[in-house]
Design a protein around this ligand. Structure first.
Ligand SMILES: *Cc1c(COP(=O)(O)O)cnc(C)c1O
Length: 384
């Protein structure tokens, strides 16, 4: 039994209610999914605008494949950088108001590459304790000195910046925290970075497409712009496709092209995805009605769950976590919803801190008010 120890570790996780398993979807992503022949009303995707299965995106993907083929066949720096990628980068840069942008295969890889290219030995990375795992991994990979500050604690960050050694300073943060739904105070973070000559990397995976004028993201939402901000966002959530980008000053982008390993040493994504993303950006810009509908659902959910025995965490975004605390209790509640034909993911440590297991409810513009009412009724029933 060469793997007996691995099995014991998995068994240990299961006993703690921490074993993870996948669900096999029969059809496309949507609020109404089918798992093993059974239909469910789902509140667990990050497809915030309901674009993942949009007919215009499907058509653009097919058209893109007809025009550019399927595989990119090589890395961007070799011969894999197609005109579709190039046009998408220019469109993304303009969309978020930056001089240049660079496409990455995934948000995970964008964060790894950006932090590793911009900080190294002798530099310091300052990170919010509730940052996404990809930012946490990125700072370790960079080999810079790491200073973590309490969630959104600007006083502690100021102190750490004050004490920093010479070398570059890079502050990294989720713009919308992925498991909490609250926002980073980007204007205050920017002011601190200016005072201490630091750079600010903001990961807007959950803000782009949803927040700000025409869905331009968290910078637009706060009305801030600065050369110091290195903006990162993903394209597999609200944008409904796949991939990610970093938008910044040209010199930063050129540095990433030359030094970000997760950009240099990997095959370019299929160019047809870029075709689909160009279409997605059009729908995002025209998507005020979708965003308005989503805001209405958020208000409906928060009003409907006020006073329930489990508190909703403070969030105005599409991520609405219901704080349960205990791992098994969170699983039991998630299971109770499942028996009622509703899927909400139970999020447990180590994804979130010990004792803060939660149901991460995510809303999408593809949900109807009736869908939310069904969830509210089920949760009230389970609370009794
Ligand atoms: C989802 C997510 C990522 C990773 O993006 P992928 O494209 O899924 O790899 C990075 N950062 C945050 C905050 C995320 O929520």
């Amino acid at each position: 039994m060469p793997y007996a120890k691995l099995q014991r570790e998995l068994d240990g996780r299961a006993a703690l209610g921490l074993l993870r398993k996948r669900q096999v979807l029969q059809g496309p992503q949507s609020p109404h999914i089918v798992i093993g022949e059974k239909p469910y009303l789902a509140f667990c995707s990050n497809d915030y605008l309901g674009l993942a299965n949009h007919p215009q995106l499907i058509a653009a993907l097919q058209q893109g494949a007809a025009q550019h083929g399927v595989g990119a066949g090589a890395a961007h720096l070799v011969s894999g950088h197609s005109v579709a990628h190039h046009r998408l980068e220019q469109t993304l840069a303009a969309f978020v108001g930056k001089p240049a942008a660079l496409l990455f295969s995934t948000g995970y890889m964008a964060n790894l590459g950006a932090v590793q290219a911009l900080a190294g030995k002798g530099d310091t990375v300052f990170a919010d304790k509730l940052n996404h795992a990809s930012l946490n991994d990125a700072m370790l990979l960079s080999r810079a000195t790491v200073k973590r500050y309490r969630h959104n604690d600007m006083a502690q960050l100021a102190q750490l910046l004050e004490q920093a050694e010479s070398g570059r300073k890079l502050v990294i943060t989720d713009a919308v925290f992925s498991m909490d739904g609250d926002l980073a105070p980007l204007p205050e973070l920017l002011a601190l970075c200016e005072r201490h000559d630091a750079w600010l990397l903001a990961d807007d995976a959950h803000g782009v497409g949803v927040l700000g004028a025409q869905g331009r993201g968290s910078l637009s939402y706060f009305g801030i712009a600065s050369e110091r901000i290195i903006y990162m966002a993903t394209l597999g959530k609200a944008a409904g496709v796949f991939g990610a980008f970093v938008a910044a000053e040209q010199v930063v982008i050129d540095t990433l092209v030359n030094h970000a390993h997760s950009y240099v040493y990997t095959t370019a994504t299929p160019p047809a995805l870029a075709s689909a993303l160009l279409e997605s950006l059009k729908l995002i810009v025209q998507g005020d009605a979708l965003r308005e509908h989503l805001r209405g659902l958020i208000t409906q959910l928060r009003n409907g769950l006020a006073g329930l025995r489990w508190p909703l965490m403070p969030s105005d975004t599409a991520i609405q976590p219901l704080l349960i605390g205990d791992n098994h209790a969170a699983l039991t509640l998630s299971e109770g919803l499942r028996e009622r034909g509703i899927r909400v993911a139970a999020i447990r440590p180590p994804t979130v801190p010990q004792g803060t297991a939660r149901l991460r409810i995510t809303l999408s513009a593809a949900h109807s008010a009736d869908d939310v009412t069904r969830l509210l009724e089920a949760l009230h029933e389970l609370a009794r």
